[in-house]
Design a protein around this ligand. Structure first.
Ligand code: DQA
Length: 151
């Protein structure tokens, strides 16, 4: 059985493609999912891909990934990145590597976006590279897991 990577997306990411395209681009969440599945195949991972607008649901999925013994989590917690102690605590409670991803460079935007509760407990952070950041995060998890990569 292949190891699993959870890709968890937070609020408003269901609107990708239409949402402020000058910032977030034209790719939809379905496009991001397809990219993740391709990266998963390349690196020998099963991909569980989720999105929710609800903080508690994100917390439950982080716990679920921990219980399932996943290889890691790629997490774009969106706006909850900047506010959620509950997500910080959920990540701290599991031992899996979590790679924090943002489509935009959160350090080059409004000052409140520079605070990330996720970064404090993330293994790594990728931001500003658009959807390809998700693929890079999956490659990073493969490297951490010593997972073989198909070229
Ligand atoms: C985001 C950045 C967050 O600040 C914002 O609230 C989002 C998306 C990104 O992917 O660039 O919703 O996480």
């Amino acid at each position: 059985m292949k190891p699993t990577v959870y890709v968890i997306n937070g609020p408003n990411l269901n609107l990708l493609g239409n949402r402020e395209p000058e910032k977030y681009g034209r790719a939809t969440l379905a496009d991001v999912e397809a990219l993740c599945r391709t990266a998963g195949e390349r690196h020998g991972f099963e991909i569980v891909f989720r999105q929710s607008n609800h903080e508690g649901e994100l917390v439950s999925w982080i716990q679920e990934a921990g219980r399932a013994g996943a290889a890691g989590i790629v997490l774009n917690a969106a706006a909850y990145t900047h506010t959620s102690v509950a997500i910080l605590d959920a990540i701290a409670a599991i031992t899996l590597p979590v790679i924090e991803v943002h489509l935009t460079n959160i350090h080059a935007r409004e000052p409140f976006r520079r605070t990330s509760y996720v970064s404090q407990v993330a293994k790594g952070v990728i931001c500003g590279l658009g959807p390809q950041g998700y693929g890079l995060a999956i490659a990073g998890l493969a490297g951490l897991a010593g997972q073989e990569t198909r070229t």
